[in-house]
Design a protein around this ligand. Structure first.
Ligand code: NAD
Length: 441
């Protein structure tokens, strides 16, 4: 099939590359010429395991191309995926300007039947807005009767495992009220859906809602555990044992029950906000989700509170090592990363920071800009030299079993603040390391 992916970010690029992998002919369009230059140079602008290989293989096979040429891209696809950003607006609602602009650019150029697929995470009712924007453009061109369909196909991939998630989806949600479009979507996804039918076809609004509901539920589990962790510390319980204790109940399950330094990323914070805002607009205040967000804001500061409790509120002359900057392992994505809040708070209190992340160093440098109070170092050990304590913020595998003797030798005093509960407090005690985890009373 002929597919166009509009937006070559985490979602658009993975979608385009994985659809090409199944034999489709895909054009990926972006308004950012730098991204297209990188892609046409045989590289990818993001860190995503396995993606570079899929991209290179399909470019070589002639099934995948990258362009800024909107005319060519719109003409190419029968299915046009919109995978552009939907960042939070000032009031928390999803900013749909990029989605609507993409829709307009389609309406300004299409000359035959197209299926426009909303893959971006968008509020309920967005498909109607996309449909209306296209219609408006068609009417301007005197083509008001031209047939097209708008379907919702929210994406559930996880950054860091995006290719695998796309190739082996848990479910494929398609919101469609157009029979021909549904048939095309079924055909397109058939290769991803062979062992078991994982496609759920529903009405467009329910599909749009499903994505927000999923992210809201996952964020809720995290904030729930983070709040319990705060209490566990006070009452002398270990949240890690509690986690295992409750996870063994199949009604609860083990996934997404980790207490930590708060959730970040480009999805949970903005999607929770957008759902809370949409609910408020509909006069259905979502009390649970409002608390989920508040709890997360507090949680991003928990490590700093622990540092202050240990070293006092004036951190002038202190230096802290930070391991892990990306909002989660296996990605370079720094959007809403808790590490940024931690760096900000520590430096505001007068401290300096030496930080290391296996892949997001250049992205961090770009986000932070030049700073005298933050040194970005290229090895985990280098961050430790002469620091007053080590803070672990992202649970990269390489931090799981470090050389504890080297940590002790490099730090001024052996103090560790473990924002991801990677280490066993009893082992730390035996090693003579002052250990501060999350919820480990
Ligand atoms: P991103 O910011 O990485 O990429 C968006 C891309 O769209 C950018 O490259 C931008 O230049 C491009 N763009 C903007 N307007 C355009 C236009 N008119 N034409 C062509 N290109 C245009 O975003 P992302 O992380 O891939 O997220 C995209 C959407 O998918 C968001 O709604 C997000 O909530 C959702 N989503 C993201 C993830 C994730 O893990 N990142 C997972 C599921 C869903």
């Amino acid at each position: 099939m002929k597919v166009t992916a509009i937006g070559t970010g985490y979602v658009g690029l993975v979608t385009g590359a994985c659809l090409a992998e199944m034999g489709n002919h895909v054009v990926c369009l972006d308004v950012n010429p730098e991204k297209i230059r990188v892609l046409n140079g045989g590289e990818i602008p993001i860190h995503e395991p396995g993606l570079l290989e899929v991209v290179r293989r399909n470019v070589a096979a002639g099934r995948l191309q990258f362009t800024t040429d909107v005319d060519m891209a719109v003409q190419h696809g029968t299915l046009l995926f919109i995978g552009v950003g939907t960042p939070p607006d000032e009031d928390g609602s999803a900013d749909l300007q990029y989605v609507v602009a993409a829709a307009r650019s389609i309406g300004q150029r299409m000359t035959d039947y197209k299926v426009i697929v909303d893959k971006s995470t968008v509020p309920v009712g967005t498909a109607d807005k996309v449909r209306a924007a296209i219609k408006e453009e068609l009417v301007k061109r005197g083509l008001g009767d031209m047939a097209y369909a708008v379907v919702s196909n929210p994406e559930f991939l996880k950054e860091g495992a995006a290719v695998e998630d796309f190739m082996k989806p848990d479910r494929i949600i398609v919101g469609s009220d157009d029979e021909q479009a549904t048939l095309l979507m079924r055909a397109l996804y058939a290769p991803f859906n062979r062992t078991q039918d994982r496609m759920l076809v529903m009405d467009v609004r329910s599909a749009e809602f499903t994505k927000y509901a999923a992210n809201a539920m996952l964020a809720t589990r995290i904030s729930f555990m983070n709040e319990l962790a705060l209490l566990a510390e006070k009452v002398g319980a270990d949240i890690e044992l509690v986690r295992r204790g409750i996870g063994s109940d199949p009604r609860i399950g083990y996934q997404f029950l980790y207490a930590g330094a708060g959730y970040g990323g480009s999805c949970f914070p903005k999607d929770v906000k957008a759902l809370v805002k949409a609910a408020a607009d509909n006069e259905i205040p979502l009390k649970v989700l409002t608390a989920v967000e508040e709890a997360n804001e507090r949680q991003k500061r928990v490590l700093v509170d622990k540092v202050v409790a240990r070293f006092g509120g004036d951190l002038k002359g202190r230096r802290f090592a930070i391991w892990g900057l990306a909002f989660k392992p296996n990605t370079d994505d720094m959007r809403e990363a808790p590490s940024l809040v931690i760096i900000d708070e520590l430096t505001k209190l007068g401290a300096t920071v030496a930080a290391y992340d296996p892949v997001s160093m250049s992205e961090t440098a770009r986000v932070l800009g030049p700073r005298d109070d933050v040194a970005l170092v290229d090895r985990a050990e280098a961050a430790l030299q002469g620091a007053d304590a080590l803070l672990i913020v992202t649970e990269w595998k390489e931090f799981r079993t470090p050389d504890f003797d080297a940590i002790k030798a490099a730090l001024k005093a052996p103090v560790v603040f473990d924002g991801r509960n990677l280490y066993d407090p009893r082992l730390m005690k035996t090693l003579g390391i002052e250990y501060n985890g999350i919820g480990r009373g």
